[in-house]
Design a protein around this ligand. Structure first.
Ligand code: PMP
Length: 432
């Protein structure tokens, strides 16, 4: 008889680079929201349709007679899309761009981020991340062998009687400067910021830019919410500040720009000396993004280029609609006693749950941060889905921010009304 075949490998299966990064908040919370929520204000996606012009563009790409749109296109971006992006960013940055070398299309902004960390970060390099941050930055830096170095936005108390604003969360300049060293390779900037909705001011960007230039550090600038700014605020691109073009990669997403997160079309814009390395990662991993979605997004940008700055432009209309939705949610939360931090941008809003703590008591010595338990309880018992804020903090700082949850307000009026009904009923139950 031959010896039994060994069923299990005795070698370690998991690559070392995956150690400690197996958990993902979205996998868990998206499932819970799907099971329990009556009003899902959790994950960041619009539940209203993508604009008609974009849907029409996709139909044209699909059946418009060019059957080659079902085949591969250029690896680093479908030519009509990189051309349209170059034309738009020439306007936004006031500099000439080569569509073939200054733009690269990616599978959503997510892959753009992944390309940046893989292309620039070596073992032992440090990457500065501003807290709270879009959660994937940390594992992506670690997977590349780098060390994330965190610096928090620190909340200042608002003026008496005023709601807190995302602008009240600020970097301490000395603290930020203290994080830059010989080992620093890059800083990740996300303005407008997910989850707070903070839109970094010119002064804050100048401070970051000066540190980047003085310490010869790259800036990975995640600007996926670039069009979603409110109350007349201006989104300033750090790449347009002195000395920054040569060291910045701008990251964008058609998911946020055109309310079509499922299409997963993203891009990077930057100098060839940086983008050439993103192309190396891209050609050795994803290689190519779906042609048909790129073609439809290209048509979307061509439309926006002809309407640029006009009232019919989606880049004008979308923030106007979203600001109304933001204000609706703020009203609901204020009426219910869950204090909102008014966001200057994005489609997210963070709210203070301190007044609701009596409903979901603390469990001493629990491993799970309080806001995680609160959010899960709220989904299961009230049918309202949100995301705990501490998910956007590093392990070391999580426990300082467990009294807040994040809502997404890119939702139909009916969804926001359902959320309002839940909140007001809850408030009534508390007071009766
Ligand atoms: N960056 C930020 C700040 C985000 O919020 C998101 C999506 N939630 C992404 C990147 C990823 O974008 P995409 O869906 O285009 O991959």
């Amino acid at each position: 008889l031959s010896p039994p075949l060994q069923a299990k490998m005795s070698k370690p299966v998991q690559a070392r680079r995956l150690e400690g990064i197996d958990k993902n908040i979205w996998v868990e919370f998206v499932k819970l929201a799907a099971t329990y929520s009556k009003a899902n204000l959790g994950q960041g996606f619009p539940d209203f349709p993508a604009p008609d012009f974009l849907q029409e563009a996709l139909k044209r790409a699909l059946g418009g007679g060019n059957h080659m749109l079902h085949q591969y296109t250029r690896a680093f971006g479908h030519p009509p899309l990189v051309k349209a992006l170059a034309q738009l960013f020439e306007k936004l940055l006031g500099r000439e761009l080569d569509p073939m070398t200054n733009v690269m299309v990616t599978v959503g902004a997510y892959q753009a981020l992944f390309c940046c960390f893989q292309a620039f970060v070596d073992e032992g390099d440090e990457v500065i991340i501003i807290e709270p941050f879009f959660d994937c930055y940390e594992p992506m830096v670690k997977m590349a062998g780098g060390t994330p170095v965190f610096v928090p936005l620190r909340p200042k108390a608002p003026k008496d009687g005023k709601l807190m604003s995302s602008a009240d969360w600020q970097l301490d300049p000395a603290e930020l400067a203290s994080k830059f060293s010989e080992r620093t390779k890059a800083i990740v900037l996300n303005s407008p910021n997910n989850p707070l909705g903070k839109v970094f001011s010119r002064g804050e960007l100048e401070l970051i830019a000066e540190l980047c230039v003085n310490h010869d550090v790259l800036c990975i600038s995640d600007e996926v919410y670039e069009w979603l700014v409110y109350d007349g605020k201006e989104h300033i691109r750090i790449a347009s500040l002195p000395g920054m073009w040569d060291r910045t990669v701008i990251i964008g997403s058609a998911g946020k720009t055109f309310s079509a997160t499922g299409w997963k079309v993203g891009w990077t814009v930057g100098p060839d000396r940086l983008l050439q390395h993103l192309r190396t990662v891209h050609q050795n991993s994803v290689y190519h993004c779906a042609t048909i979605a790129q073609d439809a997004v290209a048509q979307g940008f061509q439309r926006e280029l002809t309407l640029y700055g006009k009232p019919e432009s989606y880049f004008v209309q979308l923030p106007r609609t979203l600001q109304q939705k933001r204000d609706l949610l703020i009203q609901s939360l204020v009426a219910a006693g869950m204090k909102p931090i008014v966001p200057e941008g994005t489609f997210f809003l963070v709210a203070d749950i301190s007044e609701f703590k009596s409903d979901v008591p603390e469990v001493p010595n629990s491993d799970e941060p309080y806001d995680y338990r609160f959010t899960k309880w709220m989904m299961k018992n009230k049918g309202l889905a949100a995301i705990p804020l501490s998910a956007f903090y590093s392990e070391a700082h999580k426990n300082n921010y467990t009294n807040f949850i994040r809502f997404c307000f890119a939702k139909e009026e009916a969804t926001l009304k359902a959320a309002n009904d839940i909140l007001q009923k809850w408030k009534k139950e508390k007071t009766s």
